[in-house]
Design a protein around this ligand. Sequence first.
Ligand SMILES: CC(=O)SCCNC(=O)CCNC(=O)[C@H](O)C(C)(C)COP(=O)(O)OP(=O)(O)OC[C@H]1O[C@@H](n2cnc3c(N)ncnc32)[C@H](O)[C@@H]1OP(=O)(O)O
Ligand SMILES: N[C@@H](CCO)C(=O)O
Length: 382
Amino acid sequence: MSEVETRFFTFGEEAGDRLELQPGGRFGPVTLAYETYGELNADRSNAVLLFHALTGSQHAAGFNPSVPGVESLWNHECRQGWWDDFIGPGRALDTDRFFVICANYFGGCYGSTGPSSLNPETGKPYGSAFPKFGANDIVNTQVRLLNHLGIERLYAAAGASLGGLLTQNLAVRFPELCERFVLLGCALEISTLTRAHNFEQILAIENDPNFNEGDYYGGPSPERGLALARIIGHKTYVSLSTIEERARDECIQRDEELSWYQVRRPLESYLLHQGRKLLSRFDANTYLHLMAAWSDYDLLRDAERESYGDLFAPCRHQRYMIFSIDSDVCFYPEEQEKMHHTLVKHRVASEHLTVHSDRGHDSFLLEPDLYTHHIRRFLESG
Ligand SMILES: CC(=O)SCCNC(=O)CCNC(=O)[C@H](O)C(C)(C)COP(=O)(O)OP(=O)(O)OC[C@H]1O[C@@H](n2cnc3c(N)ncnc32)[C@H](O)[C@@H]1OP(=O)(O)O
Ligand SMILES: N[C@@H](CCO)C(=O)O
């Protein structure tokens, strides 16, 4: 695996150049941490923008031993690119042909400006002073990065889960920027069940006694809250019918988590492990902000359109490849079906594929063989 490094792009140091936030106000400076793989061709026509999922990062491929400024969170899980099996010569995003760009989101904790970044005005982490933001802000900062890289048109954009939602925001708000979109395990609209799951995760963090309204950087972190949030989320990232098999047949009691109840089942032990595992590589404030942006996702409002007819009218030159995972209980297959039918109804070309997996939603991170030949075919088609 080749070694890669994260680069940084900063804008908004001058008042007039600041990011105009969706909920209101302006913010700057903004740094985005990003990585690229492959070579940008002479006419700058081979760029593919990749959006990561909730706790992913800019580091999608190769091996990155460390990222300046975020060493404390950059653990062994982060060092291997989260889509390494999908990016490289001959892979789904073929770096012999494409120039792949992936950036950590605005609000993130892997080197992009987020709540744990130092506020230049105070010299302390922003914490509760970090502004609320929405999907448009995440996408707008990525478009600023493309401008910085001199890329006026993308060959394709791709994303899974939260990344798929943001890819679609890009598609409808910047319809001339890109024609081809690969969307995996995402939706056109946020379901009631997803909003409820996300709210539970927000409550878990907010109710941690160490949360302190987000100003916890000088003291203990809201670790229990973040771990509980991860547990609530994680059960939707695996297949419900195979989650008990995924857990090793062993119970590891964690006394610090519980006082009355005793962990009795491998499933419970596995979930506790998954919750705790996130603590060493993620920031609770970033988690909250991304949950809030996810729950508040609204394509029509964000693109300032009244109907799907209006929304997709400027998108008729676009083409989509949409993946469902049959065991996905985070974004159910019906949600991608609705997305596909809505696109087709409004005369936007869309191909909908359902892959069979026992791994659930996170199949898109784990099973490249289910996706690679379809993505290659789609990207190679004229
Ligand atoms: C910033 C980054 O780039 S992070 C890397 C990229 N990752 C992402 O983007 C998504 C984050 N990761 C995930 O969502 C998931 O962890 C996945 C999809 C990658 C895979 O899940 P995994 O946790 O690796 O697999 P799985 O669900 O089989 O669980 C295995 C873990 O559970 C532990 N486990 C299994 N059974 C039990 C049990 N009964 N009790 C306690 N622990 C258990 C295993 O020991 C193993 O622990 P380890 O990961 O610390 O070695
Ligand atoms: N496992 C994914 C979940 C959302 O797809 C992540 O942590 O980013």
